[in-house]
Structure formats: C-alpha cells, structure tokens
Design a protein around this ligand. Structure first.
Ligand code: F0G
Length: 354
C-alpha cells in the first residue's frame, strides 16, 4: 500500500541535519515547527532586552519529547525492532507510546509509581502501551530499562539513545532560523539532561553551518529538591512539585556540564515556590499554560534578575510541556471563583453584578 509522503514533521523538515538513510521511514505526527513567541509582560520583570518562549508544549503529544522520539522510533523501525521501552516521569512515555501506536510497535513504559501527572498517564493508557509502575524513582526505573533492553530485543528510547538527542537538536535550528541568530541566553529546565545536551549540540551545528554567529549561554534550571548537578552529587530521594524533572542522577550529566562550561552558562536550582510563581505568572501575564517543570526555565530567569545577574540581551526560554498534562497541580494552585446563575440574561447579569 502506498502512503502519501509526509509534508511536515522533524524528519521531513530537518532531514539534511539528521542521520537518515534511504531506509529510514519518514514517520511523523506533525512534530516540530513550534511557535516562538515574544513575552508580553514577564520580559519587563527580567532586565532582558528580549524574552521569547519556545512553545514546545505545542508538539503533538504536548511536550518536546516528540522531536527526539520520532527520530528514535524511525531508527528502531529501520533496524527491524518490534518493541520499544523507556523509563519516564511521564512525557517520554506518552511520546513513545504515541509513535509506537503510529508505527505498529509494541511499547513498554516504566514509570515511578504515584509520581506521574494524570494527563500523562491518560495518554499512555490511550495509546495502548504496557505500563509498569515501579516501586522506585525515575533513576531506578531507567537502570532497569537499560538492563532489560540489553537482555531482550527491545529498543531503548530514552535520551541515552543518541537518536533522541539528534532529533531534539532541531529546536535550536528552528530558533536560529526564526530569530536570524542564536539568542544570548537559552533558559531550559534540566531533568535527565538530554534536552540541554541536545540544544547545545544544535547551536554548535548552527554556528558551523553559519545559521548563527553567536553561541548562547546555556542556563539550565533544576528543581531544588532534585538538583544533583548543582550539588555536584546524585540525590537519592529527589522531590519536587515538578514531577517531570524529579530526577536524582541524570543520564546526560556530563552533557549538561559540558553545555554549561563550554557556553559560559550556569546550572542553578529553583525552589518549588519559585517554580509555581513562574507557572502562575506564565498563565496570568502571558496566556501560556505550561506544566510546572517548564516554568523552571522562567523561574530561573526571574531568580537571576532579582539577584541583579541579568544585564540585557535576548533570551529564549523553553516551555517544554503543556499545563493540561498536570490538572491536579493546576487545581491546587487556584481557588476558582465560579458564580452560579440561571441560564437567562437576568440571571447572568445578576451573577456578574451588571
Ligand atoms: N520538561 C519536561 C516537561 C519534561 O518532561 C522533562 C523530562 C524535562 C523538562 C527535562 O528534560 O530530561 O531532557 O533534562 N522528562 C523526562 C520524561 C525525564 O521521562 O518525560 P531532560
């Protein structure tokens, strides 16, 4: 059966910078090409000349993971794999499950029991993946996934799979293409540290290809209760409201440190209160509803600004995942002010005090 060729998506759009062969299937759920929007109000609170948000939450499964997953799953299909596996705090599993469903692969996801946001679990269930809740944290689940995929003919699609990093680097190309230059600062949440590693690689390749002359300073932000890179040692029992980045021993630790040091950037920690403040500001001042982990990038910029550590320049903050994924955190943040009324003009007017 012939299928129409893909007209958009990361593999189609960025094939020239990806390790595709003539046997790589150009699968797509329409990932990539996400909006880059200028801040309306938070910018003025930061001391930056320009603050932009890269809306990675607009990817098909609601997070940046789709960029890398499409690449990793295409390569798994190319190699003849019949099944894929990942450990996940929720977004990787939603993405893996979606692309597996799309390609007719079996998928297995290992998630830390009770610590995955409800929307992400709903996605994994809907896509028909085999979900294993482990009695442990993400780091322990990843260790198990690595050993199982060594032993069995199952492709590992965590970001230790280098095809994930390759796919994710395309976001740096999109930013340089849209701005006509790399930003001065790239602000990004750090969990397992694959994404900061991917962006740094992407910006390096943009410079090599003369799509940019600058190398941005990479500003990574971990949650204070899960900040191994900031502390300089693994965290046995990571904790944070930002469950997506509740990780104590990141697989791409060295990649993150390299990005920080080579770029003259930093990796800092933000408290849950700072994360939730940024999460609320993004919604109320920008109209952007991202998940708590994503707000860490903006929380970090606000923290640096308060400490007088930002002097102008142009920054891009990566909003990695959609707020709809974590309705429970949202409902805990707000006491909704909802009036009741009869479904009549008079009833609504009375309720509104008009
Ligand atoms: N933001 C969100 C929304 C995430 O889901 C993750 C990671 C990160 C940031 C951090 O990215 O791990 O590349 O440093 N989520 C992974 C998962 C761990 O399993 O979904 P990273």
């Amino acid at each position: 059966m012939s299928r129409p060729s893909v007209q958009r998506g990361v593999l189609h759009r960025w094939g020239s910078i990806l390790p595709l062969t003539e046997n790589t299937p150009l699968i797509s759920l329409g990932e990539g090409d996400t909006p880059l929007v200028r801040s309306a109000q938070i910018e003025a609170m930061t001391g930056l000349d320009e603050l932009w948000f890269k809306l990675e939450m607009c990817n098909p499964t609601g997070s940046f993971k789709d960029r890398g997953m499409v690449m990793a799953v295409a390569k798994a299909v190319e190699s003849g794999a019949k099944a894929i596996m990942c450990a996940s705090t929720g977004n990787t599993s939603a993405s893996a499950a979606a692309y597996a469903a799309r390609c007719g692969l079996e998928s297995f996801v290992l998630v830390p029991g009770g610590k995955v946001a409800a929307g992400k679990m709903a996605q994994a269930v809907a896509f028909g993946t085999r979900i294993i809740e482990v009695d442990g944290n993400f780091d322990e689940a990843l260790r198990a996934a690595r050993e199982i995929t060594d032993k069995h003919p199952i492709a590992l699609v965590n970001s230790v799979n280098s095809f994930r990093i390759q796919g994710q680097k395309t976001a740096a190309f999109e930013i340089c293409e849209t701005l006509g230059e790399a930003p001065d600062i790239l602000a990004i949440p750090v969990g397992n540290a694959g994404n900061i590693t991917a962006y740094w690689r992407g910006f390096g390749e943009c410079a090599e290809r003369e799509l940019a002359t600058l190398h941005p300073k990479m500003y990574g932000f971990q949650a204070a209760g899960a900040a191994p890179i900031v502390l300089g040692h693994p965290v046995e029992q990571p904790h944070t409201v930002a469950t997506a980045i509740r990780i104590g021993n990141p697989a791409s630790w060295q990649g993150a440190v390299g990005a920080r040091d080579e770029s003259g950037g930093l990796i800092d920690a933000v408290t849950d209160d700072e994360i939730l403040e940024a999460y609320r500001l993004l919604a109320s001042k920008e109209g952007l509803f991202c998940e708590p982990a994503s707000a860490a990038s903006v929380a970090g910029l606000l923290k640096l600004a308060r400490a007088g550590r930002i002097q102008g320049g142009r920054a891009v903050a990566i909003l990695t995942g959609n707020g709809l994924k974590d309705p429970d955190t949202a409902s805990r943040q707000y006491t909704p002010d909802i009036a009741k009324a009869a479904a009549t003009v008079e009833g609504v007017e009375r309720a509104l005090g008009l």
